[in-house]
Write a protein that binds this ligand. Structure first.
Ligand code: F6P
Ligand code: MG
Length: 477
């Protein structure tokens, strides 16, 4: 895996890197969260048993399976802390266990197959694939999402920003006439890009303990908040994206989704803006992950459920009287989105009712592989072929960025196109990423060196800086 790469992959052997801290502290917290969630489920099932609220044998079998999973995960946590080798992913009948294991064998050949030596990108993807295999092999927990409760809790707390954005979209209706001028459209287009960009700040695998105030601060969506954050965008290709965008007519945009909840909401708002208020786009395809991934990433059930939650009057229980207008704006907007889903203007790349771990024959499985995206053409030719016909592919978030650049130790001033390697030019790529991992490219050398000298790797990992990276198509379709 690491042979013939221009730079080595980031890994936890560098104790100053974020991956070291991740293996040492962040993953144990995430894993413990899964154990707690399963205990909570067992507790609820025991109460049902006591009340006689269901077939006894099934309830008992469920508890037994959950405790067996807890046992596996506890073992995993123990082995991780002691830097033991990663074990093969069990053959669980779901995509890519063989690929993960082939990679693991080659890492063993390089003596990089333990938790504190394996490339970070591989090991982190492996961790979520392994957790999936524990659930996939059961009878009763195949459809269980151990992160769902957490995703929903944070989504609930995002209501202030959600209502504010719904009203901004409602106000756009009044500006519809002026939007026919390119100048005005450009202003809104840029605001939308930045909203979707900063929507990436609330991912739950980084922010393991998030208060409501933290959430509101991260989600500040007004114009002033955007302006204040502008200086934190270290690479800003908005001019180039706009030039590309304004040449499009009735185009198709693909969004490679990242997190569920507030970030997905901002992506839907962005997509809504593109199809409702511009003549340039008439279809948006959303690409989810096929099983719970990096805690908060969007799965097909998350996508489908988001519309229902946003429309449910009981969901945002803290909405005040004077926010009732905003609420109406939200309802109108989400109903429009539902209409778009029904009419095929908004499309999920896989069936809406897909179940976790289903084989999508190349269409979505690649997103949960451990591979950099420059392998897409050879490993997922069907997906690659589809994206080649897209007019703009938007990659959301940090992990997508790590995979676009292979999570290598590129110098921060490496051109984005160079870091994409074989993927460069295949289709127009826009990456919107808040910095939550060490890899950074496309930044001015003097700026990067100054930030490194000032704060070490903090600017690369703490989510306060961001990158808007664009590269157009350079090959024939
Ligand atoms: O833990 C690794 C990591 O990729 C971090 O870089 C980041 O915090 C998180 O997981 C995923 O972030 P995102 O949801 O933006 O892809
Ligand atoms: Mg994510």
């Amino acid at each position: 895996m690491t042979a013939q790469l221009p730079y080595p992959p980031l890994d936890p052997t560098d104790k100053n890197g974020f991956s070291y801290e991740t293996v040492l502290k962040r993953w144990p917290i995430i894993i413990t969260g899964v154990i707690d969630e399963l205990h909570q489920q067992c507790h609820n099932l025991s109460l049902e048993l006591q009340k006689g609220a269901g077939p006894r044998d099934i309830l008992e079998a469920k508890i037994k399976e959950a405790l067996a999973i807890v046992n596996e995960i506890s073992k995993l946590k123990y082995e991780m802390a002691r830097d033991r080798p990663l074990n093969p992913v069990p053959e669980d009948g779901e995509p890519y266990s063989d690929l993960y294991n082939k990679e693991l064998e080659s890492l063993a050949g390089e003596a990089k197959n333990t938790w504190f030596t394996a490339p970070w990108l591989y090991a982190e993807c492996y961790l979520y694939r392994l957790l999936r295999s524990y659930l996939a092999q059961t009878q009763h927990w195949k459809d269980f999402d151990p992160f769902l409760a957490q995703k929903i809790r944070t989504f609930k707390h995002s209501y202030n920003s959600i209502l504010q954005l719904a009203t901004s979209m409602h106000e756009l209706e009044a500006d519809k006439e002026i939007l026919v001028s390119d100048d005005k459209l450009e202003v809104f287009f840029r605001q939308m890009i930045q909203m979707s960009l900063w929507g990436n700040a609330t991912d739950l695998s980084l922010l393991t303990h998030l208060s409501v105030t933290d959430i509101e601060r991260l989600q500040a969506v007004g114009k002033e908040a955007q302006a204040a954050r502008h200086e934190f965008i270290l690479k800003d290709d908005q001019d180039a994206v706009w030039n590309h965008f304004k040449s499009l007519k009735k185009a198709r945009v693909d969004i490679i989704l990242d997190n569920s909840g507030f970030e997905l909401f901002t992506d839907l708002v962005f997509a809504d803006f593109l199809v409702t208020y511009t003549p340039h786009v008439d279809k948006v395809i959303f690409h989810p992950k096929m099983f719970p991934w990096f805690v908060s990433d969007v799965t097909p059930p998350d996508f489908a459920q988001s519309f229902e939650l946003l429309l449910d009057p009981a969901f945002f229980d803290s909405v005040s009287e004077d926010q009732s207008n905003n609420r109406q704006h939200l309802i109108a907007m989400v109903n429009r989105w539902k209409g778009y889903v029904e009419s095929g203007v908004f499309v999920l790349s896989v069936a809406l009712e897909s179940r976790f771990g289903e084989d999508t024959h190349d269409i979505a499985d690649f997103w949960t592989s451990p591979y950099p995206y420059w392998n897409m053409e050879s490993l997922a030719p069907e997906l690659f072929g589809r994206l080649k016909t897209s007019d703009l592919v938007i990659f959301k978030g940090d992990l997508n960025y790590r995979k676009l650049t292979g999570d290598l130790k590129w110098p921060a001033w490496t051109p984005f196109a160079e870091a994409l390697r074989g993927l460069a030019g295949s289709f127009p790529i826009l990456s919107l990423r808040t910095n939550k991992a060490d890899v950074v490219v496309g930044v001015d050398r003097a700026v990067a060196e100054e930030l490194d000298a000032k704060s070490g790797n903090k600017w690369r990992v703490d989510g306060s800086y961001a990158l808007i990276s664009f590269l157009g198509r350079t090959t024939d379709t």
